[in-house]
Design a protein around this ligand. Structure first.
Ligand SMILES: [Zn+2]
Ligand SMILES: [Zn+2]
Length: 226
């Protein structure tokens, strides 16, 4: 038995570029045959939909609204929904797993510290970092920055990459440093047919299962359809 997971997707509640609410996102993935999703909305340093003038705790609560909606619907329709973050450093996107709303509320310094300090803090807190689409070229990415000795895995297939060469280079990068490979759709909208998924031999009961299987490189397969 194999289980199919989305590791990278966005809701309209927290991502300014998102086109589906958490509820719509959960229904979309259930219909598409996935077993679960990890909601990874753009954090405050990315294309976030949350009003930056609000206080920190309120912002953190609103940031998690899309995830909470997706989780509520997922529980009703039989789709696992887990929490993640897409943290951005001047266009370098780091998918962050294993943290939660309470952690965010307790760590406002994540907006002040450098990217290496952020990765260290996430690790000290028991979380995991996957470098999203490391070789994407786009208007909002000024430099390709790599952290091969800091990240836990590399997103080697991203359905949001418009040029397959970006994925090819990500594969080459992961091979070169012996880094674990995962795939994610980076889905924002229902219309795009392109999709990616990370496949496991066991059903994930929690985000801890995801982190454990990635860290141990126990990934059954990667799907990328364009
Ligand atoms: Zn986006
Ligand atoms: Zn994304």
């Amino acid at each position: 038995m194999q289980y199919i997971y989305e590791t990278h997707c966005h809701t309209s509640q927290a991502s300014a570029c998102g086109q589906m609410t958490g509820e719509e996102l959960a229904r979309y993935y259930k219909n598409a045959g996935y077993d679960g999703i990890i909601v990874t909305d753009h954090f405050f340093n990315g294309n976030c939909a949350v009003d930056p003038s609000l206080d920190w705790e309120t912002k953190c609560g609103l940031y998690c609204a899309g995830y909470r909606d997706a989780k509520k619907t997922g529980d009703e329709i039989g789709l696992s929904v887990f929490f993640g973050i897409e943290y951005s450093y001047v266009g370098t996107d780091l998918l962050t797993y294993g943290l939660d709303e309470a952690w965010l509320k307790a760590h406002p310094e994540v907006m002040e510290i450098g990217v290496k300090e952020y990765i260290k803090l996430v690790h000290e807190s028991g979380g995991m970092i996957v470098h999203a689409h490391p070789f994407r070229e786009a208007f909002y990415i000024d430099t390709i920055r790599l952290y091969p000795y800091d990240v836990d895995a590399v997103e080697v297939f991203n359905a949001g990459n418009h040029d397959p060469e970006f994925d090819r280079r990500a594969n080459w990068y992961a091979d070169s440093y012996g880094l674990v490979k995962v795939a994610g759709s980076d889905r924002h909208e229902p219309v795009s047919k392109a999709r990616c998924a990370t496949v496991f031999d066991e059903k994930l009961q929690s985000i801890d299962d995801y982190m454990r299987l990635v860290r141990e490189d126990k990934i059954a397969g990667l799907i990328c359809e364009r």
